[in-house]
Design a binder for this molecule. Structure first.
Ligand code: BTN
Length: 223
């Protein structure tokens, strides 16, 4: 598990530090180069919760998606009292707007990788104007960064003990995507249709006309 906590007023990305420092949990007040999935930037003004930690077990690369799903469940549970839902694969939404994102990065061997888990939660940070129709914060709720972090840690410890099938079941209950009309972009492929369900590894099953497509990773838009 985690053996040390590091706290920075400012850092490029907590994921970068956690990669270098084995078994660490790294928190920052703000990030100058916060990273999102798919090469995007993650806005990281002061007031948000930004942290990364090394997943307590080594994981074969083919199972790394499970870490992302597990973490998504933990964040969604942490924010459940604010009515948070999960948009496949791992965006956390409140009122249809993104409040949190998760970036898992693998380091090392294919068969036994370290997984760096990065979590960003918009708590009281100001969002840039151009994000306000897609993103939200918790500033209308009376909640602090510390409370959220502690609740995350407690929920993480709980979820880590569950079997995979149980994690998937709980994650699926908080998924907002099933039954929706979606467009899913996976690399150069685009799938449009109805999100029917997820399979037992969390892949999204999309009904496109008469075809069923199974999508393992990518980005999903509600139509
Ligand atoms: C996404 O939804 O695209 C993932 C966003 C992940 C952001 C967090 S903030 C803490 C950690 N450090 C980073 O640079 N990114 C993650």
């Amino acid at each position: 598990g985690v053996e040390k906590f590091l706290y920075f007023e400012e850092v490029d990305s907590t994921n970068n530090v956690a990669k270098k420092e084995e078994r660490s949990c790294v928190l920052a007040k703000r990030q100058t180069a916060g990273r999102g999935r798919l090469g995007r930037k993650w806005e990281s003004e002061e007031g948000g919760l930004y942290f990364s930690f090394e997943f307590p077990r080594k994981v074969p690369a083919v199972k790394a998606h499970r870490v992302t799903i597990l973490t998504g469940l933990v964040v969604a549970k942490t924010l459940e009292k604010f009515n948070a839902k999960i948009k496949w694969p791992n965006d956390i939404l409140i009122d249809g707007k993104k409040v949190s994102g998760i970036l898992c990065e693998l380091v090392g061997e294919e068969l036994s990788s370290r997984v760096i888990v990065g979590v960003g939660i918009n708590v009281k940070n100001e969002l840039p104007e151009e994000l306000k129709d897609r993103a939200t914060t918790l500033k209308n709720y009376n909640v602090s960064i510390t409370e959220i972090f502690c609740s995350f840690a407690n929920n993480f410890a709980e979820v880590l003990n569950l079997e995979w099938s149980k994690i998937l079941e709980k994650w699926r209950q908080l998924l907002d995507t099933i039954g929706k009309e979606v467009e899913v972009r996976a690399g150069s492929e685009v799938y449009r249709g109805i999100a029917l369900d997820v399979d037992d590894e969390g892949a999204l099953i999309v009904k496109c006309g008469d075809e069923l497509e199974r999508v393992f990773s990518g980005e999903c838009f509600y139509m």
